[in-house]
Ligand binder design. Structure first.
Ligand SMILES: Cc1cc2nc3c(=O)[nH]c(=O)nc-3n(C[C@H](O)[C@H](O)[C@H](O)COP(=O)(O)OP(=O)(O)OC[C@H]3O[C@@H](n4cnc5c(N)ncnc54)[C@H](O)[C@@H]3O)c2cc1C
Length: 400
């Protein structure tokens, strides 16, 4: 007989752990079946808008706040060398009365803090294993582990990343587009302070983005054409550091690499539905977007907060927590946020890559207007860090 739970989360990345903590803190008997990835994640995440508030509300932030750096200024610099070059645009959080847009943190520090909080919740069972079969039926979903044991619940949260088994089990298709771009990620030490500023250089292959970490450290996401990425990633540490210093125009002074490099092919993937057959998709199981504007995991955390809110409310009212009405409400509440950000980033990326002069000119004009028109800049800043429409309760600092 399978072990019975009120909800099962499959996938122990940041989105799955957040969903599991939200559900368990809301009173649901929860299991998380998540296999740790074989390689450590050397990426960082700029947590924007309500993401830090949600992590504070869930009792996670106290375990990792000291490892994060505030993000107070964001600069966009046109480094394309093209005829129609845009002016530099600077966004300052003080302009919209915020101390910071958000906080940047290494993914491994964020995941460690989530795991520490999850381990302290008595009604959350953490299972370090792969799920190998997900079988939904009319009354519930059976999840079979690699060791042969089975679990069952009326609702499963699919947080199992871009090649989601849960998504396939729910027969949910995807819309997908692969870009001819690869992101190289690395963390750096540098001799000049970053002043809590991130700088995004726009190059003909994509953005080269430096984001502050605590002290004299920053993370770099360098978007390149695939052949360039392979060549650059193969450089030894000293040569790569010199290459990074050159590409960053030495704004951070002398650069040294920290151990660990990552290469991520860029694509946009959107699930056609975010829930079906008692399975709700969160994080990259539901949507993948290129790392431009630091949106991906912020969307994933809003997914986790939203399904947590809906399932806990349904449970309190004595309704079926995996019922079609809950999944339809979840899809409706997340669709707009995910679609608008996906479309905006896709458009932004394509206008950067195009050789078509009029489009380059339009892009330059857009950035010129952002630079010159204060009210427009402030609207873009507010919408960029979080949707101005209703946010989930956790993002507003309200417990479930
Ligand atoms: C270069 C780069 C920079 C980025 N920067 C930012 C940023 O600044 N801000 C931002 O908001 N987002 C950013 N993102 C996006 C962000 O990193 C992702 O959205 C986030 O990591 C996705 O988390 P997740 O939990 O959904 O998926 P994952 O981290 O992929 O987690 C999925 C987990 O499920 C596990 N799993 C998979 N299948 C199974 C199974 N069958 N059984 C059990 N476990 C399973 C995996 O082992 C993994 O642990 C960036 C992305 C990239 C590529």
């Amino acid at each position: 007989m399978p072990d019975k739970y009120e909800t099962i989360v499959v996938g122990g990345g940041p989105a799955g752990l957040t969903a599991a903590i939200a559900l368990a803190a809301g009173g649901l008997a929860t299991a998380l079946v998540g296999k740790r990835p074989p390689h450590p994640d050397n990426r960082t995440t700029a947590l924007l808008g309500g993401s830090v508030t949600a992590l504070e509300t869930l009792g996670v932030w106290e375990f990792c706040a000291a490892q994060s750096a505030p993000l107070k200024v964001m600069r966009i610099v046109d480094d394309t060398g093209r005829l129609w070059r845009a002016p530099e645009v600077k966004f300052a959080s003080s302009e919209i009365d915020l101390a910071a847009f958000g906080h940047n943190i290494a993914n491994r520090d964020l995941v460690a803090a989530l795991e520490q909080r999850a381990a302290a919740l008595p009604n959350l069972n953490l299972i370090d294993d792969d799920a190998i079969d997900i079988a939904p039926d009319a009354e519930g979903v059976t999840v079979t582990r690699k060791n042969g044991a089975a679990l069952r619940a009326p609702l499963v949260i699919g947080a199992d990343g871009r090649r989601s088994l849960c998504r396939a089990a729910a027969c949910i298709g995807v819309n997908e587009h692969a870009y001819k771009q690869v992101a190289l990620t690395v963390c750096l030490r540098h001799s000049r302070p970053h002043h809590d500023s991130s700088t995004e250089f726009h190059t003909p292959s994509g953005p080269f983005t430096l984001v502050p970490l605590p002290g004299m450290r920053s993370s770099l996401v360098w978007v390149l054409e695939p052949h360039q990425a392979g060549d650059i990633a193969a450089l030894d540490d000293a040569t790569l550091a010199a290459e990074i210093e050159r590409a960053s125009h030495s704004i951070l002074g002398k650069v040294e690499l920290e151990p660990g490099r990552g290469l991520f092919p860029l694509s946009v993937v959107t699930a056609q539905k975010f829930g079906a057959s008692r399975i709700a998709l969160v994080g990259e199981a539901a949507h993948v977007i290129p790392p431009i504007g630091a949106q991906g995991l912020n969307l994933g955390l809003r997914d986790a907060a939203t399904i947590g809110e809906l399932a806990v409310a349904a449970h309190r009212d004595g309704r079926d927590i995996g019922g079609d009405d809950v999944l339809a409400a979840y899809d409706k509440m997340r669709r707009g946020d995910v679609t608008t950000r996906g479309v905006a980033i896709d458009l932004f990326n394509r206008t950067l890559l195009t050789d078509f002069l009029p489009v380059q000119g339009l892009r330059g004009l857009g950035l010129y207007m952002l630079d010159k028109i204060g009210p427009l800049r402030r609207v873009v800043m507010r919408e960029g860090i979080a949707p101005t429409s209703a946010q989930p309760r956790l993002m507003r600092g309200e417990a479930l």
